[in-house]
Design a protein around this ligand. Structure first.
Ligand code: SAM
Length: 287
C-alpha cells in the first residue's frame, strides 16, 4: 500500500534585523501560507506578524527545547504540514537555533522533506558588504568565547588567517575583545565596526584596532547597540615588506641553502605563504 501523503516543506525565512522594510514579498507570502511558524521568540515574531497583518500559529523553538521540538516538527512534516522557521532577527541558524532540525531533515529525509531557504537579511553579510575589506574570501567566526582565556586561544589560532574575519560581539565585551585583538594581531590590524545595521542609529566605522579603541574610549555611547566586527585578514605582503627580521633571516639562510629550502624553512616557522616569500626575495634582491 502506498502512502499518499506527500511530506511538507520546511521554509527557512530570514526576517529584518532592524528595518521592517527589509522583509521580502516572498517571506510575507510564506509566513501567511504555512501551517505554522516555528519561532525562536514567539513574542518578537508576534510583533512582526501583527505589523504585517499576518495571522498564523506560532510555536517556540529555541536552544533548550530544540531536541523535543525537532521530533514534533519532523512528525508534522511527515504528515504533510508546511512549516516556516524564523529567528529573532536575520537568518535562522546563523548564530540562531534551527541547526538540529535542518541537519536531521537533510540527513534522514534527504529526498522527502524539502528544505527551502529564502533570501533575506543577515548582519554578517550586510556588514561585510559595506566594510571595504576583501569579500572574495572570508570566514565567519560568530561569537568568540565569553571566557578570556578561550577567546585569547582562538584569536591566537586566527592570527595568521588571511581571509577577512567576521565576528559577532556583544556591547558588553566589545572593548575587551578589541584589546585582545590588538595584543594578538598587532595594533595596526584594520577593523570595521558595523553597529545597528539598517536601524536609525546605524554606524559603520573603520580604523586600525589601536585607533578604534581610542575612538570608543572617547565616547562609550559608540558601544551601544548590536555590533558586527569585520577584521582585515593577515596581510602578508604588507607585513613582510616591512619586516626587516624576515628579510634578514632569508638573507642569512640563502648564504648556506638553496632559495627553495630557505623559503620552505621561513614559510614553516612564520606561516607565510611561499609565493609571497619568493616575491620578497626578488623585490628585495636577496641573493
Ligand atoms: N541570525 C542573525 C543574523 O542573521 O545576523 C544573528 C543572530 S545573533 C544571535 C545576534 C548578533 O547578530 C548580535 O549580537 C550582533 O552581533 C549581530 N546583529 C544582529 N542584528 C544586528 C544589527 N542590526 N546590526 C549589527 N549587528 C547585528
Amino acid at each position: 500500500m502506498t502512502n499518499n501523503i506527500s511530506y511538507g516543506n520546511l521554509y527557512i525565512v530570514p526576517t529584518p534585523i532592524g528595518n521592517y522594510n527589509d522583509i521580502t514579498q516572498r517571506a510575507l507570502a510564506i509566513l501567511n501560507k504555512v501551517d505554522f511558524i516555528l519561532s525562536e521568540d514567539t513574542r518578537k515574531t508576534g510583533i512582526l506578524l501583527k505589523y504585517f497583518n499576518i495571522n498564523n500559529k506560532l510555536y517556540s523553538y529555541y536552544e533548550f527545547n530544540e531536541y523535543k521540538q525537532t521530533i514534533n516538527v519532523i512528525k508534522s512534516l511527515q504528515n504533510g504540514k508546511n512549516i516556516a522557521l524564523v529567528s529573532d532577527a536575520g537568518t535562522p541558524l546563523i548564530n540562531d537555533p534551527g541547526y538540529r532540525i535542518v541537519q536531521l531533515c537533510r540527513t534522514k529525509f534527504n529526498n522527502t522533506i524539502k528544505i527551502i531557504p529564502l533570501g533575506g537579511p543577515c548582519a554578517a553579510i550586510l556588514a561585510l558588504s559595506a566594510s571595504g575589506l576583501p569579500t572574495n574570501r572570508f570566514c565567519y567566526e560568530g561569537f568568540l568565547s565569553k571566557k578570556k582565556n578561550k577567546r585569547i586561544k582562538r584569536l591566537q589560532e586566527l592570527k595568521f588567517e588571511y581571509r577577512t574575519l567576521i565576528i559577532y560581539e556583544s556591547k558588553h565585551r566589545i572593548l575587551n575583545c578589541l584589546y585582545d585583538i590588538k595584543n594578538i594581531f598587532g595594533e595596526n590590524r584594520y577593523i570595521v565596526i558595523a553597529k545597528d545595521l539598517t536601524k536609525k542609529w546605524e554606524n559603520i566605522h573603520g580604523d586600525t584596532v589601536f585607533n578604534l579603541i581610542n575612538w570608543i574610549n572617547l565616547d562609550k555611547n559608540r558601544l551601544k547597540g548590536e555590533i558586527v566586527l569585520i577584521v582585515q585578514g593577515y596581510n602578508q605582503t604588507v607585513i613582510i615588506n616591512n619586516n626587516d627580521k624576515i628579510i634578514k633571516i632569508l638573507y642569512e639562510l640563502k648564504k648556506e641553502l638553496s632559495t627553495k629550502t630557505a623559503i620552505k624553512i621561513v614559510s614553516q616557522i612564520y606561516k607565510i605563504k611561499k609565493n609571497i616569500l619568493y616575491k620578497l626575495i626578488i623585490s628585495k634582491n636577496i641573493d
